[in-house]
Design a protein around this ligand. Sequence first.
Ligand code: V47
Length: 434
Amino acid sequence: MTTLSAPKLIPNTDPAIESIREKVLKGQRLTLEDGQVLYRTTDIWSVLELAKIVRDRIHPGVAYYNINRHLNYSNVCALSCKFCEFARKQGEEGEYTRDLDYIKEQGRKAVESGATEFHIVGGLNPYLPFEYYTEMLCELRKVAPNVHLKAFTAVELVHLARIAKVYKRDDTQAGVRWVLQRLKEAGLGSLPGGGAEVFDERVHKEAFKTKIGAHEWLDVHLVAHELGLNTNCTMLYGHVDQIDERLRHMEILRRSQDQALHRLGYEGDPEGYIAEGIQESEQITAPVITLNMDGSKLPTPAMSNRGGYYQTITPLPFFPDGSALEHLPGPAGIENLRTIAVTRLMLDNFPHVKAFWIMQTLPMAQLMLEAGADDIDGTVVWYDITKAVGEGTHQETTELDLKRAIGEAGYQAIERDTLYRRVERDGSSWKVEV
Ligand code: V47
């Protein structure tokens, strides 16, 4: 009779993690070298565990979702980014531009379904006038007055400055300020985080050469923050980017958040770690502000009435299908899990890390709640940018599924509005806690 010998246990702990653990426990800012260790270590469980410590410290026992609708108003785009499967040229099969009747209809459906948010983005359509955008927001305001309008990425806003003829190459901020003021008057509530991709000149040249670069993207968000608008940000990873480029992207974003929080009166540590040699972050003069140790130091919902900072970072895994980079594999499960965790650990001054279930899948987004994420986005309904669920663009989940996923992960599911205020709901009618 053969007996099975017990499997030999190979300890998988990496001593290099220990100094990072100490920093995390003390709430200190991690360096880019720490980020490299977190990305390269085989001790993945320690990485996830550390991210969970930070996530639980900031959001003990809870995770967020919302009832929202994504609205892609046009896929006609002047750009040809290699990673994009969404964009079409005018006249090409599958191109569309939604008219105001369609948009109003979407507004009515949002009210019927009790949505609290519209997430509105599209291509850089050279055929639409500036008024299309202000009218879109005004009409939505009329039919859906309580639904928050989170609309237009930094890339679209620079395009809008161009079509409104207020864009100045040497002063992006001036033109964008003009545009954002008009859009705010029309009902704009906040900015989504798209279009950031990876802030790196090599990646920019290789994958999205004609799109705005880091400098302009950051200018747009800075102006939005100055105007009191909250914004989000993203990192589209797993295509031609490398680990060090992702980490530099995170450093630039956390410096940009240092700047936003400093403007809002947060005190920081002038001696805190600032990575050297990163052009965009060198231009930011603000002390290091971490939110790691004291939950009360977070920008609270009450502060959202006085907004002007990044609420959420959403790492977006690259989907190769249908893009000009289709030959690349795209990132898989462990890579996605690790990226969420590293993002939580590096971006110590971001209140929220989102595992966008549409791109991560709901089961993975659920696991990510244990690895640094505290938000899984919402009911979505239609999503045209990538098609992960089934064949089409109808990608909807129910509130029940979102709540079940969060509850099963051991967290209390909190319905939030766009500004992370708790929503009190009775069917399709709702109000936010103030
Ligand atoms: O800007 C485009 C990315 C973004 C692909 O702010 C792709 O709360 C993967 O920004 N594979 C749009 N990604 C989505 C976005 C977003 C999503 C959810 C929440 C929020 C938020 C923002 O999608 C684009 C681009 O970076 N993208 N093509 C692709 N093939």
